[in-house]
Design a protein around this ligand. Structure first.
Ligand code: HMH
Length: 220
């Protein structure tokens, strides 16, 4: 089977949801410079909670790669992800204090809780490595797609937010997402129909969760 084409096919099949996730009004408002600081701060606080939950999820994917992958370089790619997540957590704390966001006082909103619960379900040992790595790629690549658009020459992203969006929009992060995509496609290429169907379902669920996550920045 042509693994290399599978993810492109999914993106085309779910184009509407993909665009909603990667061109959300919140991201567009960052891009054109009209974002208000309360939306940004709400996003920052909720994303910190999400990223903390993302650590055990990534650890579970790494464990699956160690046990199940036929290619040792998967482990190196995921270790790189762990290193950048470490950096990301300190960045969140620094950024939060800059914007007077009290990270300890934030309670996760419903969409965030639901997304984190979904991550938990993907950490279970019975979830196939192929399905887990596909979810991981999709989660990272929605941010990469969204925020790289805020860095284009034609964008009008406020200078004080540039550092934020460079985190996920820079070329290095883009290459990391490509590496994850390559792993997912290689695995999908030899996976059973059942696993492929499950992975596509997880891909769509990630897109839906990301849309709901962005929606939170507008508040209740
Ligand atoms: C909600 N999705 C969300 N937060 C993130 N930080 C990423 C993806 C990328 O790591």
């Amino acid at each position: 089977r042509e693994g290399a084409r599978m993810i492109d096919t999914w993106i085309n099949n779910h184009r509407q949801m993909y665009d909603r996730a990667t061109r959300h009004p919140f991201v567009l408002s960052v891009r054109d410079g009209t974002v208000d600081s309360s939306s940004f701060k709400r996003w920052l606080g909720q994303d910190y909670i999400f990223v903390r939950q993302f650590v055990p999820f990534l650890a579970s994917v790494l464990l699956k790669a160690c046990r199940e992958s036929e290619d040792q370089s998967d482990v190196e790619v995921l270790l790189g992800g762990i290193a950048s997540l470490h950096d990301e957590l300190s960045w969140f704390k620094k950024e939060a204090s800059k914007w007077d966001v009290m990270l300890n006082a934030i309670t996760p909103q419903k969409a965030n809780q639901d997304y984190c619960r979904f991550l938990e379900s993907l950490m279970l040992p019975e979830v196939d490595y192929t399905v887990a790595i596909t979810a991981f790629w999709a989660i990272e690549s929605v941010y990469q797609k969204s925020f790289s658009s805020c860095l284009e020459a034609s964008s009008n992203t406020p200078a004080e937010l540039m550092e934020t969006f460079q985190r996920w929009g820079n070329d290095g992060f883009g290459q990391y997402c490509c590496a994850l995509c390559g792993i997912a496609e290689r695995r999908l290429g030899t996976a059973s129909e059942d696993v492929v169907t499950m992975a596509e379902g997880v891909f769509v669920r990630v897109l839906e969760s990301e849309v709901r996550f962005w929606d939170m920045s507008y508040g209740e």
